[in-house]
Design a protein around this ligand. Structure first.
Ligand SMILES: Nc1ncnc2c1ncn2[C@@H]1O[C@H](COP(=O)(O)OP(=O)(O)O)[C@@H](O)[C@H]1O
Ligand SMILES: [Mg+2]
Length: 429
């Protein structure tokens, strides 16, 4: 098969790396890709929101399966657009992708199906939001309902911050149309983790649970980022917890989506928080998470192309599982830790174009995924805030951690910054 991956981050590099291991994969393409991806896939620079141009590309290159990495094309209906034109594409329809692209929709769905999540209200104007009774207890969580590239959630510590946020959203329109609907939520205190399920709309396969590190600084201090590192499997999600997540969250969600005639096919990302031993949903995403994917996919033993294909048709996951009864789909007893190396100054202002050294050394049990990198002559240079995701793999969590940090100690670029405590919660356990 000829495969196409859409996107340019560490997640897409991990997808390309894993898809390429499949014996079904004949030729791999990526749009637009990055310097690291270009070692795995032939990269082309096409605007990923130009669906017509993407279809033309799939025809020119006889693409058999397309995988869209980021949420924006999914929320804009790339899957419907491709399917209408007879093209195979992995991911949810526009209607199903609303679980991510419309937080108010997702919250209402959870309420309707008794999926545990924080108490909330939905507001469509400044006056009603300002009068919300939820603004009497702090901290309180205020979310722009639409897609906001991970910047649309504010945790307000007091009344003044809450009012400022509501005004930013409705009056200053800081988040554009994403902020025209606002979700106000009770603040939940607990430990967060991420759970991916691959589904055909009925059955599903759980990936090993993972844990991201959103804050910039060690010990979870400083501003929020796109994610500074992740590891899997995360011990917080033991088998008892996973069972609760399946029964109370994943199964009811899939049943409800099917009932509404918008079955959810593709990758379902559950952003969860454990409160007093019970799982609550913070959000759903309609695609693989980043950087979690960079530590989850190295633990996949099965053929990812076949897994993706099985999600495209009703009954596909069941068939896939029946064909693999004797094999484990994941490497048992293996751990993976991904540490993100970022540009100095990220997530605020940072410079680009610095040469990266140490990438071509041999590192045992380590995969270096590229995010913001570009080729400049013979050099690979920094080209974004999050530059690399260095994933160490090992038979123990410590070994995986050591492998990642050992490789990182050999990699350099001007202003390189990474957290030194990725996995501290797992270590504490
Ligand atoms: N109800 C809540 N209680 C406590 N923290 C929350 C709550 N909702 C969100 N958060 C925090 O805000 C972060 C971002 O929220 P999320 O809904 O995942 O939005 P997004 O990832 O789209 O920015 C979460 O990872 C979590 O740390
Ligand atoms: Mg999130």
């Amino acid at each position: 098969m000829n495969l196409l991956v859409i996107g340019s981050g560490g997640r897409e590099h991990a997808l390309c790396w894993k898809l390429k291991q499949s014996n079904l994969c004949e030729k791999l393409y990526c749009i637009p890709g990055n310097a690291g991806i270009s070692a795995e896939a032939e990269c082309f620079n096409i605007n990923i929101s130009d669906f017509r141009a993407l279809i033309d590309f799939t025809e020119a290159k006889s693409i058999d399966l397309t995988v869209a990495g980021p949420e924006t094309p999914l929320a804009d209906g790339i899957v419907d657009y491709f399917q209408l034109r007879g093209k195979k594409i992995f991911g949810p329809s526009e209607a199903a992708a609303r679980i991510e692209s419309d937080k108010a929709f997702a919250k209402q769905l959870m309420l309707d199906t008794d999926i545990p999540s924080a108490g909330f209200e939905i507001h469509e104007c400044y006056e009603s939001a300002g009068a919300s009774p939820l603004l009497h207890k702090f901290p309180v969580v205020i979310k722009a309902s639409g897609l906001a590239a991970g910047k649309g959630v504010i945790i307000a510590k007091n009344r003044i911050e809450a009012e400022e946020t509501i005004s930013d959203m409705f009056i200053a329109k800081k988040f554009g149309s994403a902020g025209s609907k606002v979700v106000i939520e009770e603040f939940l205190r607990g430990e967060e983790f991420s759970l991916f399920a691959l589904t055909d709309g009925t059955d599903y396969i759980l990936f090993p649970p993972s844990q991201d590190h959103k804050r910039l600084g060690d010990k979870d201090t400083g501003p929020n980022t796109g994610g500074m590192g992740a590891y899997a499997p995360a011990p917080i999600a033991d088998s008892v917890m996973l069972k609760k997540c399946e029964d109370r969250i994943i199964k009811p969600l899939l049943v409800e989506m099917k009932k509404r005639d918008t079955p959810y096919q593709g990758l379902l990302y559950c952003g969860l928080i454990e409160v007093k031993g019970e799982p609550y949903v913070l959000e759903f995403n309609c695609r693989f998470g980043d950087p979690e994917t960079q530590c989850v996919l190295p633990l996949v033993k099965a053929d990812l192309v076949r897994m993706f294909l099985s999600s495209l048709e009703e009954g596909g996951i069941k068939r896939f599982l029946n064909e693999h009864l004797q094999e484990s789909l994941f490497y048992d007893g293996k751990y993976a830790v991904c540490v993100v190396a970022a540009s100095g100054g990220y997530p605020e202002k940072y410079e680009k174009g610095f040469s990266i050294t140490g990438l071509d050394r041999e590192y045992t049990d380590t995969v270096i995924f590229h995010a913001g990198t570009a080729c400049k002559g013979v050099n690979i240079v920094t080209a974004g805030g999050r530059v690399l995701g260095v994933t160490g793999i090992g038979d123990s969590f410590i070994k995986a951690l050591d492998n990642a940090y050992h490789a990182l100690s050999q990699i350099e670029f001007e202003g390189i910054y990474y957290r030194n405590d990725i996995g501290w919660r797992a270590l504490r356990r």
